[in-house]
Design a protein around this ligand. Sequence first.
Ligand code: ADP
Ligand code: 5GP
Length: 186
Amino acid sequence: MAKKGKLFVISGSSGVGKGTLLKELLSVHADLKLSISCTTRLPRPGEKDGTNYFFVSKEEFENSVKKGEFLEWAEFNGNFYGTKENYVKKTLAEGKNLILEIETKGALQIKEKIPDAVLIFILPPSLEELEHRLRGRNTEDETAIRNRLNEAFREIECSKFYDYKVTNDDLKKALTELTEIIDKNI
Ligand code: ADP
Ligand code: 5GP
């Protein structure tokens, strides 16, 4: 029987650099898969259904919740996000290592259900730099930026429940740290 895959959960405030780090990580780590979540958020320019997210209506999302299809789900900034249980269980059973890039409420649900999941929190060098990156990305309006920064305080507080914390100051250094954590746990 194939060895079960390892589940990694990566969280961090919006704009901290999770997407940037994961893109680099996945390009060097062929044995890692990134899970695709369902969301009720509208696609940003350039985002594709089935690649970045499965973009679903609120009704579809609520149906999946009722049917118990999500391993975890949460509301974030007025939208719903969730990970399908079937997909995670199947991927791990096939011996593949999987990464979930999700917010903290969902991550803590994962820790309860799959205690050997490895939780990694990405920290910004400072809240000022976080705001600078979020604004520099130019994907959110002012209200969404303010909401995401407010969420950042709450999320950083939750980082105490995580197995590892990585500060994304210098991108290369953060990537090295992240790779070491993954290698150690695979
Ligand atoms: P997240 O996925 O966490 O919301 P992104 O990966 O979209 O964040 O990064 C937000 C912005 O910050 C992007 O414009 C990205 O290029 C930039 N960024 C990411 N990491 C760093 C870093 N270490 N130093 C400076 N800018 C960074
Ligand atoms: P964004 O709208 O910027 O793509 O994502 C907003 C937040 O939702 C991010 O913190 C991201 O990690 C989180 N997220 C993405 N997918 C999921 C998911 O399936 N479940 C949970 N709980 N959070 C998710």
